[in-house]
Write a protein that binds this ligand. Structure first.
Ligand code: AMP
Ligand code: ZN
Length: 143
């Protein structure tokens, strides 16, 4: 299947590349939330966060830290988000794993955030459910 990020990795499509090594490429998002919005993309095609091999993920997280520092400094941002959208419901539109680095400014968040409140006892129920899955699979986690 045609993948825009694979095309960029292979040099078939243009991008404003800001960093590259053997495993990853970082370039500017064409529809930035703020100027300097950068994508850090694996050179190999993985559909999402869950399918990136552990060693490669470690490498990409370290590189993302380095690149985020450069982006923040370059645009003199007050802060930044590092996020990855996974699945249509989470806003993923390109099914090739990437981190977003989004520079943020104090004025960006001048709106009232909307939080959900857990019902009484609900927080423990959610935590119990996640804990039971964590304990079931913790032996195959090698971190
Ligand atoms: P996501 O929605 O998390 O999958 O993020 C995909 C991002 O890729 C979006 O923010 C798009 O604006 C961006 N994007 C799509 N095509 C290109 C492209 N050719 N060059 C740079 N960024 C792109
Ligand atoms: Zn791809």
């Amino acid at each position: 299947m045609e993948c825009i990020f694979c095309n960029i990795v292979e040099g078939k499509s243009e991008a404003e590349v800001i960093f590259e090594d053997d495993n990853l490429i970082a370039f500017l998002d064409i529809q930035p939330i703020n100027y300097g919005h950068t994508l850090v993309v694996t050179k190999k095609h993985y559909d999402n966060f869950l399918t990136v091999p552990s060693e490669e993920l470690t490498h990409i997280i370290n590189a993302t830290q380095f690149i985020a520092g450069a982006v923040k400094r370059s645009v003199n941002a007050d802060g930044f988000n590092v996020i990855t959208n996974n699945g249509n419901s989470a806003g993923q539109t390109v099914y090739h794993f990437h981190f977003h680095i989004i520079p943020r400014f104090n004025a960006d968040f001048n709106f009232k955030p909307r939080f959900k409140n857990y019902a009484t006892g609900g927080m423990k129920e959610y935590a119990d459910s996640i804990r039971s899955i964590v304990s079931k699979y913790k032996d195959i986690y090698n971190g």
